[in-house]
Design a binder for this molecule. Structure first.
Ligand SMILES: [Zn+2]
Length: 333
């Protein structure tokens, strides 16, 4: 594993070795495509990889990306005039952002070899912006490289996807995330927990290590969920109403609940696989004595169905209420 990680040691990227290999080879051989799509779950390292690629393309050192030349430095600090990150302003990427990109892309690079535009979360582009971008993709310039990132490839226009070289990134092994956290000074136990909760998304793990807010919110959501078992319909419906007031967090909450119930399934079925929510092990072991395997299984199915409905634009409050109606009650141990 350690040996393997040393491939392309100069790339400031953890994991995704195969992708680094492909990109490094394209730089060395001078056969860089004009457009890429880096696809994969949020906070998995797509932008980090894109930035490293931009460094490799514009590096003036012997072994690109050297990390020490002026170009590598400026790209790492986000101040290189030829490397730009474009992302949603408010909730979407707007057409004026793409037009501005096109105006600038028509000019020669200021100091690098090529202009590189990293457009994050391209799924957030409005239809007008996406159609406008299509023009740039259809008439590529030798001096411009577009790197689009997305965590929702299915939401993109097929005409955009078909014009890009696609690299699909996968979560890193949990042990690798844990190792990186420990290297960065996170204590062992916390690193083990964060690595598990990250499900292999290194960016998430690193930000959760320094910002306690997401973990605090996770605890709160799990506490609220475990309290549901002892609540009547009125309280549960009131909770569904409160939770659905912020639709953005509903998906996250359902995923979190699913991870808890999956852990419970592991415990009730006597599996040897390690659970994810390590810090709630005692609570889960207790719950394993209060729910039948059927109840656990049915709850997982109901949660999955709710996630599916949410993805298909169902009303969050209605689907939460439906979930609450069938929420299992714990039997005393
Ligand atoms: Zn360099």
């Amino acid at each position: 594993m350690t040996e393997q990680r040393r491939t392309n040691r100069t790339w400031p990227v953890v994991g995704h070795d195969w992708a680094v290999e492909i990109l490094a080879r394209s730089v060395v051989s001078g056969r860089v495509s004009h457009a890429y799509l880096f696809s994969g779950p949020p906070q998995i390292g797509k932008t980090t990889l894109a930035r490293a690629f931009a460094q490799a393309i514009n590096c003036t050192g012997a072994e690109p990306p050297c990390g020490v030349c002026r170009s590598c430095h400026r790209i790492a600090s986000g101040i290189h005039p030829d490397v730009r990150i474009v992302q949603a302003e408010g909730s979407s990427i707007k057409i004026n952002q793409i037009r501005e990109l096109q105006r600038e892309a028509a000019l020669s690079p200021v100091e690098g070899r090529r202009r590189v535009y990293i457009i994050r979360q391209i799924e957030l582009a409005t239809t007008e912006a996406a159609n406008c971008l299509l023009k740039t993709l259809e008439e590529p310039s030798a001096r411009v490289i577009l790197i689009l990132t997305t965590s929702d490839r299915d939401a993109l226009l097929p005409t955009i996807v078909s014009r890009c070289q696609i690299l699909t990134l996968h979560p890193l092994p949990i042990e690798q995330v844990q190792e990186v956290l420990v290297e960065r000074g996170v204590d062992e136990e916390q690193a083990r927990l964060l690595a598990r909760l990250s499900t292999g998304r290194l960016g998430w793990a690193i930000s959760a290590a320094s910002d306690p807010a997401p973990l605090r919110q996770r605890q709160q959501r799990l506490d609220e969920m475990t309290a549901l078992a002892g609540q009547g319909r009125v309280e549960r419906f009131a909770y569904a109403a409160r939770l659905s007031r912020n639709p953005d967090t509903v998906r996250q909450t359902l995923d979190l609940w699913l991870s808890w119930w999956r852990d419970l399934l592991l415990l009730t079925s006597g599996s040897a696989v390690e659970i994810t929510n390590l810090d709630r092990q005692a609570e889960l072991e207790n719950a394993a004595r209060c729910y039948s395997l059927d109840q656990v299984y049915n709850t997982i199915v109901a949660l999955r169905r709710a996630v599916w409905q949410l993805e298909h634009n169902a009303n969050p409050r209605l689907l939460l209420e439906n979930l609450m109606l069938h929420w299992p009650s714990a039997q005393s141990a």
